[in-house]
Design a protein around this ligand. Structure first.
Ligand code: FES
Length: 406
């Protein structure tokens, strides 16, 4: 006799609400369980681990200041126990902290790469390095006012400028310029201490050897760690043992290993523009080119397709939880910069259109977003959302902004 074939349920047609019929044991257990209130969320171990790794905010204070020269200082930040931060969140080398602070009538946030080894976080230390920039509102404030004990409000570690073995090649060529060296200090220690199973060759572009931050430290690290190689590339000085010129494709090839390698880039916008011409000559797969995206657009008129007049200024109405604040926004400043100048606390982290933290609803008005910074998703375009950190007004604007959480 032919065996009767058992009829299997069509899983696609199952109603999830009928699942209790399929699991009578589970249903009986649920019905027999006593109805009692759940414990507070932070008493569950998984929640406590998640909060320790990804705290909403970290209250820190300056514990040490290292002066490199009058325009560059490193700050060691430790947990501010008095404010409830007992330990620092772990991070991946290459990540940053978003610092928020009030300066006079203004409120500002800025991303700073963590320059120390991830192992230092376990000892209660993050290190950031601040360089004075012309017209730099926040960098000037930090360099001129921070002292030992200054309280600092920081985000959890953020950012994607990290080594990922599933995506990146085993050998990293780091291309650094100016203050873009800071995440590479963290990556160099992560490689030297075996946190990242990779090798790194760091090509550091600066005008002269004296301008190269952490120069002696990198030289010493390269001498004792075979996985790390360090090369000075000087544009305005010729010196034995250093390369002279710029970070060209030819120079990168000279130091690149046989086979695959990833290129990590962090530096000033002029360096990115130069490398936009050079990197394609290497013929690397797209995933092997990684860029740190820090850097606000400070002049929309220099961006491709800018249709406005940067001499104009407009009315910006910012709506937070139904309350309107009206301010002026110059055509050459981002909506986020105008809000911060007016003292409105608006969410932001990367300030370069990447993270989406500042995402806000454009209620009315015309705006310009530089193409190279437009990190919006399809749904954002469809429903009228923008990233104020890289959006410039072309008319009066009404913007609905989510409430700020530190
Ligand atoms: S702050 Fe990251 S996208 Fe605006």
């Amino acid at each position: 006799m032919a065996e009767k074939k058992e009829k299997k349920p069509n899983l696609l047609r199952l109603n999830p609400l009928d699942f209790t019929k399929l699991t009578p044991v589970r249903k009986a257990r649920i019905e027999a369980a006593p109805a009692r209130e759940l414990r507070p969320a932070d008493t569950y171990v998984p929640n406590r681990i998640a909060n320790a790794l990804h705290p909403d905010v970290q209250y820190l204070k300056v514990t040490e200041i290292i002066e490199h020269d009058c325009d560059n200082k490193s700050y060691i930040l430790g947990p501010d126990h008095a404010k409830g931060t007992d330990a620092l969140a772990w991070f991946s080398a290459g990540q940053y902290l978003s610092l928020s602070m009030e300066i006079g009538e203004s409120f500002a946030t800025r991303p700073y790469s963590i320059a120390s080894s991830p192992n230092d976080a376990l000892k209660g230390e993050y290190r950031i390095t601040v360089r004075r920039t012309a017209g730099g509102f926040v960098s000037g404030h930090i360099l001129d006012t921070w002292k030992i004990g200054t309280p600092v409000t920081a985000s959890q570690p953020l950012g994607e400028f990290t080594y990922e073995p599933l995506r990146d090649a085993k050998h990293i060529i780091g291309l650094a310029g100016g203050s873009g060296i800071t995440p590479f200090r963290s990556l160099a220690y992560a490689v030297a201490e075996g946190i990242e199973d990779a090798q790194m060759t760091l090509l550091y572009g600066s005008r002269t050897k004296n301008d190269a931050l952490f120069d002696e430290e990198f030289t010493a690290l390269a001498e004792k760690c075979p996985a790390f190689r360090y090369v000075n590339v000087l544009s305005e000085e010729t010196r034995d043992g250093c390369e002279h010129g710029f970070l060209t494709a030819e120079l990168i090839r000279k130091y690149a290993p046989e086979g695959e390698y990833s290129v990590f880039v962090c530096g000033p916008s002029a360096m990115y523009r130069f490398l936009d011409e050079e990197l394609p000559k290497l013929g690397l797969r797209r995933k092997f080119i990684r860029r740190e995206l820090f850097g606000e657009c400070r002049d929309p008129a220099k961006e491709e397709g800018y249709p406005g007049s940067k001499a104009a200024s407009y009315q910006l109405t910012v709506r937070v939880s139904g309350k309107d604040t009206v301010m002026t926004c110059r055509a050459d400043e981002s909506l986020l910069a105008a809000m911060e100048r007016a003292g409105v606390k608006a969410p932001s982290h990367c300030r370069s259109g990447e993270c989406g933290w500042c995402r806000s609803k454009l209620v009315s008005g015309e705006v310009f977003v530089p193409k190279r910074m437009d990190g919006r998703r399809e749904a954002d375009f469809l429903y009228g959302f923008i990233h104020p950190c890289c959006t410039f007004p072309l008319s009066d604007i009404v913007l609905d902004v989510p409430p700020f959480h530190p």
